[in-house]
Design a protein around this ligand. Structure first.
Ligand code: HEC
Ligand code: HEC
Ligand code: HEC
Ligand code: HEC
Length: 453
C-alpha cells in the first residue's frame, strides 16, 4: 500500500515536472534565437563561391560577406590598436573586444538565453545582425515555395522594405538609447558616425540582386530608380531616427543612466573644431550667426538641410509642419543651454511627420523629371546648405552623386563627364572638414546648377 502510493506520488511528481519542462521548452521555442553565421554557410545554401545561375537569390552571400564585407571584420577592429586605445582612454575596465558596450555594434552578441547554438563572437556583424534571429525560419525558408512574409512572421527582419532596412542600418550607424557613439567616445578616438543609405549600400559589397526579380503578381523593380528610392526614403528614416535619438537624450533616457546635456555629438562638430585664422579671413564671422548668439555652437542640421528640399517637393502639407518642428529643435539646440522639454516636444512631434513622408517616398513613382528637379533644388540652395554645416554639405554631395547616377542613366546628358567632375570637386572640398570654406563650397555647388542646363 505504502509502496503503491509512493509510486503514484512519484509518477505525479514526474508528470508535473515533465509538463513544466515541455511548457518551458515550447515557450523557449516560441522565443526566436540566434544561431550564428555558420548555419548559413553550406555551399548549397548561401556559401557557394560563385552566384548560382537560375536561382532567385545569389547563394554566394556568405562568401561575399566573409571575403569582402567589412562587417565580417567588425570584431577584429576592436582588437586592433585604435580599438584598444579607445577602450583604455574611456577606462572601460575591459578590453574593447570584451566590453558589451563595443560588442553591441561590432558583433552578434545576444543574451545567453537567446543563443540557439554555440557560435563565435569573433565572427563580427553577421547575417542575423541584419536579417534577424533565424532559429524559427531557418528550416522552412529553404523550401521552394516558402514566402518571404512567413519568414518575417517568424522573426526575420524585413530588409526588403527600405524603411525597415534603413532602421536596421541606423541601429549601429546612428545608434539607439542602448548603444551609441557619443562625443565622449569620439574624443577617445572612435570615428564619428554618419550615414546615407544609397551610398553606404553601394559601398557595402552587395550580396543581393538589384533590381529584385519580380514576384508573382507584382511588376519588376525599375533598376534606374532603386537607388533614388533608397536615397529618398533613407533620408526620411534618417531624420526620424535622429529625432528619436534627440528625444531620448533630451529626456535623459540613456541605458546607463548617465545624463549628458547638451550632448556635443548632436551639435555641429566643426563649429568647435575648425582651425582659426586671421579674423578678416573668417567666413564664419563675415556671415554672422543667424538665429544664435555669436559663438554658441549650432545644432547639427545635416540630416535635415537637404531632406527638407525633398520633403517640400513631394508632400508639402507634412513638410510644412515638419519644418515648424525642426526649426523649433534647431532654435533650442543652438543655445548654450537648450530647454530639454522644448527639445523633446518638438523632436518627438517631428517623428511621425518624417515617418509619413518616408512612407510616401517608399511607394511613389520615380522618374527622370523628379530626379532632375531634386538635383536643381539642391544645387540652387547652395548658400543655405553650405552655411548649415560641413556635414550638411557632405549630405548634399552624397545626394547629388546618387541622384545624378539615377538621372543620367537614361537621360544621357552630353556634359555628363563635366557634371561628374564638378561633383567630385565638391567631394574633394570635404576631405579636410576643419579647413572647410562655405563660400567656396556654395560657389562650386552653384556651378553644378549651371551645368544642369
Ligand atoms: C552605435 C554602434 C557602435 C558602438 C556602440 C561602437 N561602435 Fe565602433 N564603429 C561603429 C561603426 C558604424 C563604425 C564604422 C564607421 C564608418 O566607417 O562609418 C565603427 C568603427 C570603429 C572603429 C574603426 C574601424 C576602422 O575600420 O577604422 C573602431 C576602432 C571602433 N569602431 C571601435 C569601437 C570601440 C572600442 C567601441 C566601444 C568603446 C565601439 N567601437 C563602439 C559603430 C559602433
Ligand atoms: C550589414 C547587414 C547585412 C548583413 C551582415 C547580411 N545581410 Fe543579407 N542583406 C542585407 C540587405 C540590406 C539585403 C537587401 C535587402 C533584401 O533583399 O533583403 C540583403 C539581402 C540578402 C539576401 C537576398 C534576399 C532576397 O529575398 O532577395 C540573402 C539571401 C541574404 N541577404 C543572406 C545573407 C547571409 C546568408 C548573410 C550572412 C552570411 C547576410 N545576408 C548578411 C543586409 C545584410
Ligand atoms: C550590428 C551593427 C551594424 C549594422 C546593423 C549595420 N552595420 Fe554597417 N558597420 C558596422 C560596423 C561596426 C562597421 C565598421 C566595421 C569595420 O570598420 O571593420 C560597419 C561598416 C560599414 C560600412 C563600411 C564603411 C567604411 O568606412 O568603409 C558600410 C558601407 C556599412 N557598414 C553599411 C551598412 C548598411 C548599408 C547597413 C544596413 C543594411 C549596415 N551597415 C548595418 C555595424 C553595423
Ligand atoms: C561644443 C563644442 C564641441 C562640439 C560641438 C564638438 N566637440 Fe569635439 N571636443 C570639444 C572639446 C572641448 C574637446 C576636448 C578638447 C581637448 O581637451 O583638447 C573635444 C574633443 C574632441 C576630439 C579629441 C580631440 C583631438 O584633438 O583629437 C575629437 C576627435 C572630437 N572632439 C570630435 C568631434 C566630433 C566628430 C564632433 C561632432 C560629432 C564634435 N567633436 C563636436 C568640443 C566640441
Amino acid at each position: 500500500m505504502r509502496q503503491a502510493s509512493n509510486s503514484i506520488m512519484l509518477r505525479v511528481i514526474f508528470c508535473a515536472w515533465f509538463m513544466a519542462l515541455t511548457a518551458l521548452l515550447s515557450a523557449q521555442n516560441e522565443s526566436v534565437k540566434y544561431i550564428g553565421p555558420g548555419s548559413c554557410a553550406a555551399t548549397s545554401c548561401h556559401g557557394s563561391v560563385k552566384p548560382i545561375a537560375g536561382s532567385r537569390i545569389l547563394q554566394n552571400e556568405y562568401s561575399t560577406w566573409i571575403i569582402k564585407d567589412k562587417h565580417s571584420r567588425a570584431y577584429q577592429v576592436l582588437t586592433g590598436e585604435i580599438g584598444e586605445r579607445v577602450a583604455r582612454i574611456l577606462k572601460l575596465g575591459a578590453k574593447a573586444e570584451e566590453a558589451p558596450r563595443c560588442l553591441a555594434c561590432h558583433a552578434l552578441n545576444p543574451a545567453p538565453g537567446q543563443r540557439g547554438r554555440r557560435f563565435e563572437i569573433s565572427e563580427g556583424v553577421s547575417c542575423e545582425n541584419c536579417h534577424g534571429p533565424a532559429s524559427a525560419w531557418l528550416g522552412p525558408h529553404t523550401t521552394k515555395s516558402w514566402p518571404h512574409q512567413k519568414s518575417v512572421a517568424l522573426g526575420m527582419h524585413d530588409t526588403r522594405d527600405v524603411i525597415h532596412r534603413t532602421e536596421k542600418c541606423l541601429e549601429c550607424h546612428l545608434g539607439t538609447k542602448n548603444k551609441f557613439v557619443d562625443h565622449e567616445m569620439i574624443a577617445a578616438g572612435h570615428p564619428d558616425l554618419y550615414f546615407e543609405l544609397e551610398s553606404f549600400s553601394a559601398v557595402m559589397p552587395r550580396h543581393w540582386k538589384t533590381p529584385r526579380e519580380s514576384e508573382p503578381g507584382k511588376p519588376a523593380e525599375d533598376a534606374a530608380w532603386v537607388g533614388m528610392r533608397e536615397w529618398s526614403a533613407g533620408q526620411a528614416v534618417q531624420l526620424r531616427a535622429a529625432m528619436e535619438r534627440l528625444t531620448w537624450r533630451a529626456k535623459g533616457e540613456r541605458f546607463d543612466k548617465q545624463d549628458v546635456w547638451p550632448e556635443y555629438s548632436e551639435l555641429s562638430c566643426f563649429a568647435c573644431h575648425h582651425a582659426l585664422g586671421p579674423a578678416k579671413d573668417s567666413w564664419r564671422q563675415e556671415h554672422g550667426y543667424a538665429g544664435r548668439r555669436p559663438g554658441d555652437p549650432p545644432w547639427n542640421s545635416s540630416r535635415y538641410a537637404v531632406f527638407r528640399l525633398l520633403a517640400k517637393q513631394i508632400d508639402s502639407a507634412n513638410a510644412q509642419e515638419l519644418d515648424r518642428q525642426v526649426l523649433a529643435v534647431s532654435d533650442q539646440m543652438s543655445k548654450l543651454n537648450p530647454d530639454r522639454n522644448a527639445v523633446a516636444l518638438a523632436a518627438s512631434a517631428a517623428v511621425p511627420l518624417a515617418q509619413r513622408i518616408a512612407e510616401r517616398l517608399l511607394t511613389m513613382q520615380y522618374h527622370q523629371a523628379v530626379a532632375l528637379r531634386m538635383l536643381e533644388r539642391i544645387s540652387d540652395d547652395a548658400e543655405n546648405i553650405a552655411l548649415a554645416d560641413e556635414r550638411a554639405a557632405e549630405q548634399a554631395v552624397l545626394a547629388l552623386d546618387a541622384l545624378y547616377i539615377a538621372y543620367s542613366k537614361d537621360a544621357k546628358p552630353g556634359n555628363a563627364a563635366e557634371v561628374r567632375a564638378a561633383i567630385n570637386e565638391l567631394f574633394g572640398q570635404l576631405e579636410n572638414p576643419s579647413a572647410y570654406n562655405a563660400d567656396q563650397f556654395a560657389s562650386s555647388l552653384r556651378r553644378v546648377h549651371t551645368l544642369l542646363h
